[in-house]
Design a protein around this ligand. Structure first.
Ligand code: XMP
Length: 504
């Protein structure tokens, strides 16, 4: 495995992704002691970027002893400067900071630049730079304003790059990671099939005959986690699927059908009425979110009381959540609700998180390995409060039906046109606007549906997607013709920020 020591850079998850693309297992950790680093037995170490300056008093630096482990080390941006600083080089503020795409020239032979073009574009983002390299280091790349854009000690396999090879704008980035993995001598045998088989074996071993409870949302993460557990413990797993009535069209039936085929106890609770009653008259978005979140927990709690004490509770936590919570970065713009927030309410001994080491696309791959159908595996993100936050204002059964029908048409047409593959998320929402229209010879005064489609990889920022006009006009036509109560269809062109992806 390769260990990524995280100094708080914004691209740290991408570094781990780049390593794993080479079929090499990789973990990201912050501020590890030498004892822990040794215990992980890394075959190589990567030091990430970070917002600090190495010469500040309390800057986070790697322990000097990592340079005595005898393993290759790659420092990136701040990590490069930290390597220089710890080993006796000089880092100071640069006269000219570099930000963005910058031409880098390779000026010396290097094992990590094998196959890399002599001149190429790389992504820079720094205000400090290495002024002199430590003893036994040679400079291997430069830019116009940064004479030490890369340096290395070839005898020790220490490499440092001032630019960010993990960012797509660095044209030769993938080659650099591939070369580093070779320098580390990694076997490139981290495969999803072996991850799945190993995880099932570990879960069997750990859980034995214990009882396991899983709150299933039908989303990718909880579905894959549930199937892993089902393969490990079979009927000792109980999955509770709460249908809050705010799911997409046919979703509850689809989830039930898929899970009835696996070896587990599946309990579906139809709680639509309960949720609608609680939401009656409520228009304020945060109140709606809180009500749906709380009611979800109440229902889950009631069902689990009937099941009795369990030994383990399954959570579909994935690696980005682990990395982010480790760094305490989560900013609360909206009170997010998902099936993750249950532990306080259920009597159990321990939490199992079988996906805590996987990225989203790896979770999807694991799902495919486990035989989950594509409609579950490639499912787009769907928020815990469901359509409740895609209906502006009060939620009623009638409005849920309208948004379900419109959304189903939109998704069907997007899929037919083959546009879905490029989109991170797309859905219909029901605005609280009514407007005048004309249908046949009569006047109508009906609702407006808003369509949204976004491009994003991190969901923290997003761009509105440019859906072909032909597709949008078919969707608009079908919605006003097929969905009663709608006479107008609008397309949301706003990016995030300033808008968010969901409407509430
Ligand atoms: P926003 O609307 O904040 O959404 O731009 C960002 C991403 O998060 C999803 N989302 C949620 N997911 N529980 C979830 O599990 C929630 O309460 C929730 N609210 C928003 C949203 O669909 C998008 O992918």
């Amino acid at each position: 495995m390769i260990l990524v020591l995280d100094f708080g850079g914004q691209y740290n998850q991408l570094i781990a992704r780049r390593v794993r693309e080479n079929n090499v297992y990789c973990e990201v950790h912050t501020a590890l002691s030498m004892e822990k680093i040794r215990a992980l037995q890394p075959e190589g170490i990567i030091l990430t970027g970070g917002p600090q300056s190495v010469y500040e008093n309390n800057s986070l630096l790697p322990p000097k002893e990592i340079f005595e482990l005898g393993v290759p080390i790659l420092g990136i941006c701040y990590g490069a400067q930290a390597m220089a600083h710890v080993l006796g080089g000089v880092v100071k503020p640069a006269a000219v900071s570099e930000y963005g795409k910058t031409e880098v020239e390779v000026v010396g032979a290097s094992k990590i630049f094998v196959g890399v073009e002599k001149k190429s574009v790389a992504w820079m983002s720094h205000t400090d730079r290495i002024f002199s390299a430590p003893e036994n280091f040679v400079v291997t790349a430069a830019t116009k304003n940064c004479p030490v854009a890369a340096m290395e000690n070839p005898a020790k396999n220490f490499y440092a790059v001032q630019f960010h090879p993990e960012v797509v704008h660095t044209v030769e980035g993938a080659k650099i990671f591939s070369n580093f993995v070779d320098v580390c001598g990694c076997r490139r045998d981290w495969k999803m099939s072996s991850f799945v088989a190993d995880t099932i074996a570990q879960l069997k071993n750990k859980i034995g005959g214990g009882k396991v409870l899983c709150a299933l949302s039908g989303g990718v993460d909880s579905s894959v986690a549930a199937v892993l557990l089902s393969k490990a413990v079979g009927k000792n797993l109980t999955c509770v699927f709460v249908d809050h009535g705010l799911l997409r069209k046919n979703e509850a039936a689809e989830v039930e059908e898929v899970f009835s085929k696996f070896d587990l106890n599946f309990i579906k609770v139809d709680a639509s009425e309960r949720f609608l009653n609680k939401l009656r008259g409520v228009v304020e978005p945060e109140r709606k979110r809180k009500i749906i979140g709380e009611e979800f927990i109440r229902v889950f709690e009631e069902v689990s009381k009937k099941i009795g004490a369990v030994d383990y509770l399954v959570q579909g936590t994935i690696y980005p959540d682990v990395i982010e919570s480790g760094l305490g970065k989560s900013a609360v713009i909206k009170s997010h609700h998902n099936v993750g927030g249950l532990p306080d309410f259920v009597d159990f001994k321990e939490i199992v998180e079988p996906l805590r080491l996987l990225f989203k696309d790896e979770v999807r791959q694991a799902g495919r390995e486990l035989g989950l159908p594509e409609n579950i595996v490639s499912r787009q993100p769907f928020p815990g409060p469901g359509l409740g936050i895609r209906i502006i204002g009060e939620v009623t059964a009638e409005k849920v039906k309208i948004v379900q029908e419109a959304d189903a048409i939109y998704r069907e047409e997007i899929f037919k046109a083959g546009v879905d593959k490029n989109l991170a998320q797309y859905f219909a929402a029901l605005t609280n606007m009514r407007s005048v229209g004309v249908m046949g010879d009569g006047r109508t005064y009906d609702c407006a549906i808003a369509l949204r489609a976004v491009l994003t990889s991190d969901f923290m920022t997003a761009e509105a997607a440019q859906i072909p006009w032909e597709v949008l006009s078919v969707v608009a036509n079908r919605i006003v013709n097929e969905v009663r109560g709608v006479n107008r269809v609008l397309y949301d062109c706003t990016s995030k920020p300033p808008a968010t992806i969901e409407f509430e």
